[in-house]
Design a protein around this ligand. Structure first.
Ligand SMILES: NC(=O)c1ccc[n+]([C@@H]2O[C@H](COP(=O)([O-])OP(=O)(O)OC[C@H]3O[C@@H](n4cnc5c(N)ncnc54)[C@H](OP(=O)(O)O)[C@@H]3O)[C@@H](O)[C@H]2O)c1
Length: 249
């Protein structure tokens, strides 16, 4: 691992992404936090506690220009990335519509653009920096909602399809980059008390900080930053949840 390990996290303003930032900062990492909502206060208050180690970078994963600008900043400032975490994700209230209702295709496109295409943009642009990192680990916050094998929903086209598509994108990338030494984590974080519906969901199971602890433990498995000493078969791509259960694709 590099002397100062570097992680890039997308969608870091709040929810799981913010929890991930805090967790990596506590572990002494240099954190590039992708900021999407400039007027949300949590990241700036966190930077008061970690003025050197937390670097806030504007990052909209639906815009290739924005992703390029963010990577330029990281490239100029440190020149490498050890771990890249694709966390940003959205849903839309109209996703709840079933096939007997009129779909909102603009919303479906938007969800797909952020959840499925966003991580491809981020990987493509950041890859030269991850090439220079010492771990070469790509992490993806997917969802049980992307599992076709376990699906029992009768609606939620945009969100479920976007996560299934993300899983496929990861598999294709895994096939291409695993022979170069890259390692991958595809992950369902559990039901998190986050802001996906626009306001904090207190009905869910896990506070973002708790969800982040589980997530980092799995993302960093096989390194000194995880308590998971269980051997991970890096040649076998698996969709896992926060309790380490395997999900069908
Ligand atoms: N919450 C759950 O129970 C759950 C379950 C399974 C999987 N997940 C996944 O977990 C990940 C994190 O979600 P979360 O639950 O922590 O939700 P969240 O609180 O809404 O956090 C996601 C963050 O990403 C931001 N974002 C939205 N569009 C973006 C864009 N184009 N570029 C960069 N960032 C953008 C969001 O901003 P806005 O708030 O302005 O949209 C928000 O700050 C997502 O991929 C989600 O699909 C969540």
């Amino acid at each position: 691992m590099n002397k100062t390990p570097v992680v890039v996290i997308t969608g870091a303003d709040r929810g799981l992404g913010f929890g991930l930032c805090k967790n990596f900062l506590e572990k002494g990492w240099l954190v590039y936090a992708g900021q999407y909502i400039p007027d949300w206060p949590e990241l700036s208050s966190l930077s008061e506690k970690y003025p050197e180690k937390l670097r806030i970078v504007p990052l909209d994963v639906s815009s290739i220009e924005s992703v390029k600008k963010a990577a330029e900043k990281v490239g100029k400032e440190v020149g490498y990335v050890d771990v890249l975490i694709n966390n940003a994700g959205i849903t839309a209230p109209t996703n709840k519509l079933d096939i007997r209702e009129q779909q909102n295709y603009d919303d479906i496109h938007r969800v797909y653009d952020v959840n499925a295409l966003g991580p491809i943009r981020v990987m493509e642009v950041f890859l030269p920096l991850v090439d220079k990192g010492s771990l070469k680990r790509l992490c993806f916050v997917s969802s049980e909602a992307g599992s076709i094998g376990a699906c029992e929903r009768t609606a939620w086209y945009g969100y479920c399809m976007s996560k299934a598509a993300l899983n496929m994108a990861v598999k294709i990338t895994f096939n291409r980059l695993r022979p170069e030494g890259y390692t991958f984590r595809v992950y369902h974080p559990g039901w998190v008390r986050s802001y996906m519906s626009g306001k904090k969901n207190y009905e869910a199971d896990l506070e973002p900080e708790e969800a982040a602890r589980y997530a980092v433990n799995y993302f960093m498995s096989g390194t000194e930053y995880s308590e998971l000493d269980k051997e991970i078969d890096e040649d076998n791509l698996i969709l896992r949840d926060y309790l380490l259960n395997e999900w069908p694709w």
